[in-house]
Ligand binder design. Structure first.
Ligand code: SF4
Length: 580
């Protein structure tokens, strides 16, 4: 109950069993696949967390992925899988009803994610659950991901590269056992009840039509749509890539398993091949690159899914390369909006050819190599590229990126909608409180129970329901306060893990790039807006205080003891002076 499952399980395993200072791409790093008590049993909980020390950031990395692999793993009798070492030759793991086998994968090595999965399903049947990597993971691209079911992806901070470094191409799971549940009938009843409730919500029909693609219009109206490497929050061709353009091109709908509100929008790209779109990938591979044609964006997205890239980081890397070309820091680079050159570079990056070898390293390392003041517009925090919300006029969202436990990702606290609605220009303690509440729910509850947040976030599904199903699944009642303490424990443990792995800490690690503080927006209704550095620091210090961390962002001894993390003190003391 101290860590629950998913992210909590992964962070604890990494602290305990990974040698401090392990090479992220070496044999000592651990690749953890961790389900939670809801995995495979509750609505929208066909998901699993994948975590490891990140080759992109050098700190803790994780993500979650919707896949039959998640549901089948539990049916095969496992809550998770931990992989250590390096295989002598390309391999895959086959798991069936309580047993696992390591098998040769020479015939799969080099294939795209889609081909790899289809070949394994030909062997093990359509009902088998497969997760795998593409060529980008094999070639250790630092922001490669783990993929499944032609469009599902997880593990932004290079979990695909960690898998590739172990020469592990795929894992297949099959099982016909029932996941162990304290009250199986009650879990089933709650499933039926929640599915009916969700499908009856007012926003349901529109969600099924557009899914997260509806956010393009919202972001444009709110001036937060990343455009031209986050220079601007509005894009002149936004209508060409919005949810309605997507609807006109839509040919099918996909979803994670046991989902009752599918959001995978499948369109044809400009060459006629199928691609799955969502807000993040369309914004980062569209407006952020100056590409205003959905068919072009779809092609880039298809390449990313086949080759195994995180689409957010890929969009940030290409945007950075376009700006570096404009500023003459990069020769033979890429111009804004050049989708054909972008396609070439995506393929070259997957195989680390030519300029692709530099792009494979991610924005932070590219900036360090190119110099010329590019660190000011290298859009990342802690080395992880920023996801698709511009923060020139959104200090709480900037703080969410600054303090996310994996680097600049919106998963833990998508506070921007609330912030835009309630007063986007304020710097207040109320915003810090709201941010921590969101991190506790999204990064704590959902990442440890392991389920999709969208019923609650997008349709207003009752959060209390998750505590009910938790009790029915595990037999243990839990209150929000108790769960928040678990979330706080995991956040502080992850911070300790970062400090241990980086050998220290500085406040700069929690601050977003200079662009948002120095270069005001030039276009749109809030032109002239930019963040205030001193006020951001004030909010960050408040955040530290409320988390029980000192003014450097290092957990205090009293906090570590209160959260039952005494076991971290000895190792942390080697790197930082821990304050009482
Ligand atoms: S809403 Fe979307 S992300 Fe969530 S479970 Fe369904 S398909 Fe997956």
């Amino acid at each position: 109950m101290d860590y629950i499952g998913g992210r909590g399980f992964a962070a604890r395993i990494l602290w305990e069993f990974m040698p401090p200072g392990a090479d992220p791409l070496g044999p000592d790093n651990l690749l953890v696949f961790a389900g939670g008590p809801l995995s495979g049993s509750a609505v929208n909980a066909g998901k699993i967390v994948v975590a490891a020390k990140s080759p992109l950031t050098g700190g803790y990395g994780d993500g979650n992925i919707g896949s039959l692999f998640a549901t089948n793993l539990r049916k095969a009798g496992f809550d998770g899988v931990v992989i250590r070492g390096v295989a002598r030759r390309p391999s895959y793991i086959y798991i069936e009803n309580g047993r696992g086998y390591v098998l040769p994968a020479e015939a799969l090595w080099g294939t795209t994610a889609g081909v790899c999965e289809r070949r394994l399903k030909d062997v093990y049947g359509k009902g088998s659950g497969v997760i795998c990597i593409g060529p980008a993971g094999e070639n250790l691209v630092r922001y490669s991901v783990v993929l499944s079911q032609e469009g599902r992806a997880g593990g932004r901070p290079g979990m695909g590269a960690v898998m590739g470094s172990k020469r592990l191409k795929a894992i297949v799971a099959i099982g016909d056992m029932e996941p162990p549940l304290a009250e199986p009938r009650e879990v089933k009843r709650l499933f039926t009840e929640s599915a009916k409730d969700i499908k009856g919500k007012e926003g349901y029909p529109f969600w099924v039509r557009q899914g997260t693609m509806m956010t393009i219009e919202w972001s444009q109206n709110a001036s937060v749509l990343p455009s031209y490497n986050f220079r601007e929050g509005v894009f002149e061709y936004w209508r060409m890539i919005d949810g309605y353009s997507m609807e006109a091109a839509k040919v099918a709908q996909r979803s994670c398993p046991i989902c009752v509100m599918p959001c995978g929008n499948v369109v044809r790209d400009y060459e006629g091949a199928l691609a799955e779109l969502d807000y993040e990938n369309v914004a980062m591979l569209g407006s952020n690159l100056g590409i205003g044609h959905l068919g072009y964006v779809a092609k880039l997205n298809r390449l990313a899914d086949e080759l195994g890239f995180d689409t957010i980081s890929l969009g940030a890397v290409l945007g950075f390369a376009m700006e570096a070309t404009e500023r003459k820091l990069l020769r033979d680079g890429i111009e804004w909006g050049d989708h054909r050159r972008a396609e070439e570079l995506v393929v070259d990056t997957a195989y680390r050819r030519g300029l692709g070898a530099l792009l494979a390293e991610g924005v932070k390392r590219m900036s360090e190599k190119l110099g010329g003041g590019s660190h000011e517009w290298a859009m990342h925090v802690k080395g992880l590229e920023i996801s698709a919300y511009d923060c020139h006029a959104a200090p709480a969202m900037a703080l969410a990126y600054g303090t996310s436990p994996i680097g600049a990702h919106h998963k833990d606290a998508w506070i921007i909608a609330w912030e835009v609605r309630t007063g986007r220009f304020d710097y207040s303690e109320a915003k810090v409180d709201k941010l921590i509440e969101m991190q506790r729910i999204r990064g704590g509850i959902f990442e440890t129970m392991v389920g999709c947040r969208f019923p609650w976030v997008e349709l207003g599904f009752n959060l209390e329901w998750y505590l009910k199903v938790f009790k029915a699944a595990t037999g243990y009642p839990i209150t929000f306060d108790e769960y928040y303490e678990v979330a706080d424990r995991i956040y502080t443990l992850i911070r300790a893990l970062w400090i241990r792995e980086l050998g220290g800490w500085s406040v700069e690690m929690d601050i977003p790039p200079a662009r948002w503080f120095k270069e005001p927006l030039a276009k749109g209704p809030i032109a002239g807006s930019k963040l205030d550095y001193e006020k951001y620091l004030w909010m960050l210090r408040k955040y530290y205080e409320k988390r029980g961390w000192d003014e450097r962002g290092v957990p205090r001894e009293s906090t570590l003891r209160r959260l039952k993390l005494e076991y971290t003190i000895q190792q942390l003391s080697k790197h930082v002076n821990i304050q009482p």
